[in-house]
Ligand binder design. Structure first.
Ligand code: ADE
Length: 801
């Protein structure tokens, strides 16, 4: 029997606390911060096409870097940039040689090599294993490539690639941010497949890992030596830091899943090495965990490290069961006198390890039985899926029968009738109602036109969301398309859009703010926008600086459905006008790609903003830690209630109110938005029903989940959850201890209201009266929930004027 060792070092893991979606700053080719001497090349054609001319948007010299002679398909000419320090590189932009209309050379494709030390070079590959990126199609337009995965590097080489002999020239900009995490390497057992009996196979390898692979263990690229092993009943991990630190503690987020044999570790011992070239100190720090067999929740285990000084640590985790599963490991350290924020080392990783008594690494040919095992399991899974599909069809028939047996009359009478039917269905099987939601149960919920979006109001016969194909729930940019009835592509045209058409050539790209399945959000400078908008322009004063705007752009290859949804979003947004709702300024829809231009909110989204702050105290002041006061939090809550009050006054249902959808400008004014494009960031907040719909279930009222009923009252529920997020400083996802399936089960408890439902806890920061207000937002009976007007009136007096 083979025992599997399993490990994940995920992208977030390796990348610590950097968020790739926000780390996209120009690194200095265009603005000259990268000096000429740091830009080199394998060759140059002339002096005037040397590497120093490879700067994006520059026309100096002969307008670009061009390697010598014709580039052949077998050539490896490169342009090299030394970024001066380790950098988290996320985006590359390239341009050809335009030279004020006298040049026409460009690279149609290129590869990227990178190196942390200038000696050991790695080839960048995307997650599908492709190394070649699409380059330019003409000499002047810059083409941007997102690095998925991003890389941590100091040296970068761009290597133009060609299929035929040709001359190439390049100008480039690199985007990213400084890599400041103190951890420079880790070593841990290599990931494999998790095949617990009765559960799906999970491959938990680190697809972004760029270190060396040494027989069944991974050693991070910079690790000089990383010998650790899985020995009888324990696993060892080694961490190397940039400099010596006094470690106060290690926090390990460890999971418990008793039914799957996963338990937190029983004890851990850590050894310390003061310098890289030194022996491990004999005396370890050991810590025994308290194993509580009644409490199955995942938890942080804080291991005191007694302020031991070290540059490297090696920790041995002892198993308490068959598996250990770590989601995150962070180290806290301080210098000898004070404990300051910049010495806190955030280092995240997800690690799942089995505890077989593996004493040596198996030979390579063990892969064959593993492969056979995988294949057999895949076949078994396919059989199970086919069985489930057949079973689903059977259940659908049963539901249809139940539906028919319930007369139309009864259904229209009251929601109570609907609920009792739901109850029957829920009793049938807790999973069946999920199938029902996906539409296979057929719809029986009546369209509710008492509250609806503007679209629904003039399409009151539109089918209810629960009956519609919910594949498109998220809309093109994630905006409120959930239940907007289908308009045909032809039915939405330019004349429906009241926002003015802006000349797109006056939008100058600055950086990428977000990206989603259907498009991207860019930060752009908008030349002449104040004059274009004329008097009463809502733009903030920029003191002579150019105007910055956020530009959402639909992908050129978007389907006509996505296109139509994009236009619908524009149409809705162009009707909204409130200080706490994001403002649509203008559009570019007369040609492709379709763009909508909104205000730029300098402080990004509220979730990110709060999660990076602590509550204001003397400690935060003394240590310069970014903070917010309780009064700031209340002011934020009032602003959101005010924006929602406005939406409610228009009978507009938001459907996805959450801190991730609230943006902050530089004065901390909050504006409600709904940016599905940036949702890649928050995908874990959405639940995918049978691969078809994405639903923010942790923010949804019970009736939205069970009946597909979205109203202002269900927005009030989501507002309660948003308040909860604000007062926990977005440090935790709502119901973080419940899986998505358990959240849905809990929704059933909310519906049954027999006192078994789990409520979100009162955040310690939250005044009791405010928590009472949240609890009222989560009233089972819809009329008992407050209105947004009521919420606004209740919250406003708490804010210092
Ligand atoms: N991300 C998406 N839209 C944005 C905006 N308007 N301002 C800042 N960041 C954004």
């Amino acid at each position: 029997m083979h025992l599997f060792l399993l490990l994940t070092l995920q992208a977030t893991a390796a990348f610590g606390q950097i968020d790739p979606a926000h780390c996209r700053y120009a690194l200095g080719m265009e603005d000259g911060r990268i000096k000429d001497e740091d830009i080199t090349a394998s060759s140059q054609w002339y002096k005037t096409t040397g590497p120093q001319y490879a700067r994006l948007n520059w026309e100096e010299g002969d307008g670009a870097w061009c390697p010598q002679g014709q580039l052949e398909p077998s050539d490896s000419q490169y342009l090299q940039v030394d970024l001066g320090r380790l950098t988290f590189l996320t985006v590359v932009a390239t341009q050809g040689r335009y030279a004020r209309n006298s040049g026409n050379e460009f690279a149609r494709a290129y590869r990227l090599n990178y190196s942390k030390d200038g000696l050991l070079w790695k080839s960048w590959r995307n997650r599908l294993g492709n190394a070649v990126m699409e380059g330019n199609k003409n000499a002047y337009t810059s083409v941007i490539n997102d690095l998925h995965p991003p890389v941590i590097t100091r040296y970068v080489r761009l290597i133009p690639v060609t299929k035929v002999s040709t001359t190439v020239c390049m100008r480039v900009e690199l985007y990213g941010c400084p890599w400041e995490d103190g951890l420079i390497s880790y070593s841990a057992p290599e990931g494999q497949l998790m095949m617990p009996p009765g559960y799906p196979i999970a491959s938990l390898n680190d697809s972004t890992y760029d270190g060396a692979h040494e027989r069944r263990r991974v050693t991070h690229a910079l690790c000089t030596h990383g010998s650790f092993s899985i020995l009888n009943g324990y696993v060892e991990m080694e961490f190397v830091f940039d400099r010596q630190r006094n470690f106060t503690s290690m926090k390990v987020h460890s999971n418990n899943m008793f039914s799957r044999g996963v338990k937190i570790f029983s004890s851990v011992s850590c050894w310390f090495k003061p310098r890289l070239i030194a022996c491990w100190e004999a005396e370890p720090v050991s810590f025994k965990t308290v194993l509580d067999d009644r409490n199955p929740s995942a938890r942080y285990v804080t291991v005191p490290l007694n302020r031991r000084a070290a540059k490297s640590l090696r920790c041995r985790f002892n198993f308490a069961d068959v598996w250990m599963m770590f989601s995150e490991i962070s180290f806290q350290s301080g210098n000898t006198h004070t404990r300051t924020r910049d010495t806190i080392l955030p280092t995240q990783m997800t690690l799942v390890v089995t505890s077989p008594p593996v004493t040596s690494y198996p030979p390579d040919d063990v892969n064959t039985p593993i492969l056979i095992g995988c294949l057999v399991t895949i076949i078994l899974l396919l059989v199970i899926i086919i069985f489930l599909i057949l079973w689903c069809q059977y259940v659908c028939k049963v539901l249809e029968k139940v539906r028919r047996e319930t007369t139309d009359r009864e259904l229209k009478d009251s929601i109570g009738t609907k609920l009792s039917l739901k109850k029957q269905i829920l009793k049938l099987d807790k999973h069946i109602f999920l199938l029902f939601l996906t539409g296979c149960g057929g719809g029986y919920a009546e369209p509710d036109v008492t509250q609806c979006t503007p679209h629904q109001c003039f399409h009151s016969n539109a089918p209810h969301y629960a009956e519609t194909d919910i594949v498109r729930l998220q809309g093109v940019t994630g905006s409120n398309m959930y239940a907007v009835p289908a308009l045909t592509v032809d039915s939405l045209t330019r004349k429906d859009i009241s926002a003015a058409e802006f000349p797109r050539q006056q939008l100058i790209f600055r950086e990428k703010l977000g990206e989603g399945q259907f498009g991207e959000v860019h930060l752009c400078e908008a030349e002449g926008l104040p004059e274009f908008l004329g008097e009463g322009s809502p733009l903030p004063e920029r003191d002579g600086q150019s105007v910055l705007v956020a530009v959402k752009q639909l992908r050129a290859d978007a389907t006509s459905q996505a296109r139509n949804d994009f236009l619908k979003e524009i149409k809705i947004m162009s009707r909204l006008n409130d200080p706490n709702i994001i403002r649509l300024l203008c559009v570019c829809v007369s040609s492709d790609p379709l763009c909508m231009v909104t205000e730029y909110m300098e402080n990004g989204d509220l979730n990110m903003f709060l999660s990076q702050r602590e509550i204001e105290s003397t400690l935060t002041h003394a240590n310069n830690i970014p903070s917010v006061s309780l009064s700031d939090l209340l002011h934020m809550s009032v602003q959101i209630s005010s924006g929602m009050k406005y939406l409610a006054s228009l009978n507009f249902v938001h459907r996805d109110l959450a801190t991730r959808n609230c943006l902050l400008d530089r004065r901390l004014t909050i504006k409600i938005a709904d940016f599905g494009m940036s949702r890649n960031l928050y995908s874990s907040d959405y639940y995918r029903i049978q691969g078809r719909a994405v639903l923010p279930i942790r923010w949804m009222a019970w009736e939205s989940i069970l009946l597909g009923k979205f109203t202002t009252a269900s927005d009030v529920w989501a507002f309660g959850v948003t308040l909860w997020e604000i007062f926990t400083l977005c440090k935790e996802q709502p119901y973080s201890l419940l899986s998505d399936e358990q959240v849905i089960e809990n929704t059933g408890e909310f519906f049954r209201n027999q006192g078994r439902q789990i409520f979100l806890y009162a955040p310690p920061l939250c005044p009791p009266s405010l928590f009472e207000l949240m609890m009222r937002c989560w009233s089972r009976d819809i009329p008992n929930r407050p209105t947004f007007e009521g919420l606004y009136q209740a919250l406003r007096p708490h804010v210092n004027q």
